[in-house]
Design a protein around this ligand. Structure first.
Ligand code: AKG
Length: 285
């Protein structure tokens, strides 16, 4: 079979995959009330998650897995992170951003600063010129104990079933980090969950889930690693004329100034350049 035909076969097999139907059975750990087979939209039928975990993700748009990343790996990543901060290594395509709250003092949080590293409530899809949203997931791993005091993530369960909202800079005293846009309009009464986590715990969440993080009120750091995974059959979309145009313009201007020395670059290019193949075949992203 030619390479093109093989790709087409792969693509069609992905598109054909209908959401799995599973029957959730009660367990002693958690008693579920679902008695009918559920059409699951957000998860696939693999043996990675239990039926309870899948139903929880379907309903809430996030799932927290305790102790997923080993202490050893976290420490290895921490050392690498510090090497990047000290500019001992350069990683092609990596954008090193200074947090407003610590910009003045490089690696030591600035006690006198009134500024905050908190992240306004947002949907990650705002930053992505690719779809479908249901085939994208964020993984966010705590590199140390993360509490409400040092600025844990806060999520609005169930908001992943909504649509992409308009985002812009919040009007916060002291400012906000570059490109930290927030949802203009969300229901402040919506139930919230504060995700307090231990080192190595990882939360996976849907890119439409409205979430943010609180202010770090301690003198220490609150480090986390996050990355997004997108299915190989995701495809780029043109965001001109949509609510995402503001972030696309901002990203393109920044890339033009900092990285491409005046050569045209599109929002899509910035993602195509940074994306890495994890497994399977790189089809369109
Ligand atoms: O780490 C944080 O403070 C927030 C991260 C976040 O909201 C994100 O990765 O989308």
């Amino acid at each position: 079979m030619s390479r093109a035909a093989e790709r087409l076969r792969l693509l069609v097999s992905h598109l054909d995959r209908s959401p799995a139907a599973i029957r959730a059975t009660s367990t002693s750990a958690q008693s579920l009330t679902y008695s009918h087979p559920q059409r699951l939209r957000y998860t696939f039928d693999t043996d990675l998650l239990t039926p309870e975990q899948r139903l929880s993700y379907e309903e809430n748009g996030f799932i927290l897995i305790k102790n997923l990343v080993s202490e050893e790996d976290i420490d290895r990543f921490r050392k690498e992170f510090e090497r990047i901060c000290r500019q001992e290594v350069t990683v092609p395509g990596l954008m090193v951003m200074k947090d407003l709250a610590i910009a003045k003092s490089e690696f030591v949080p600035d006690e006198s600063s009134k500024k905050t590293s908190r992240h306004p409530m947002h949907q990650d899809l705002h930053y992505f010129p690719f779809r479908p949203a249901d085939r994208i997931v964020c993984s966010w791993t705590a590199m140390e104990k993360i509490t409400r005091q040092n600025g844990c993530l806060v999520v609005l369960p169930g908001t992943h079933t909504g649509t992409l909202q308009e985002h812009d800079y919040p009007e916060w005293e002291g400012g906000v980090n570059k490109m930290y846009h927030g949802v203009r309009d969300y229901d402040p009464q919506h139930p919230r969950v504060h995700l307090e986590m231990e080192k190595g715990d990882t939360v996976f969440f849907h890119p439409l889930l409205i979430h943010g993080s609180g202010m770090n009120q301690t003198q220490g750091f609150r480090k986390a690693i996050s990355c997004h995974y997108a299915s190989a059959d995701c495809y780029y979309i043109d965001v001109r004329g949509t609510t995402q145009e503001n972030i696309a313009t901002e990203v393109e201007e920044l890339a033009l100034r900092k990285y491409t020395k005046g050569n045209e670059i599109t929002f899509q290019d910035t993602w195509a350049f940074r994306g890495r193949l994890v497994q399977g075949e790189r089809i369109s992203l």
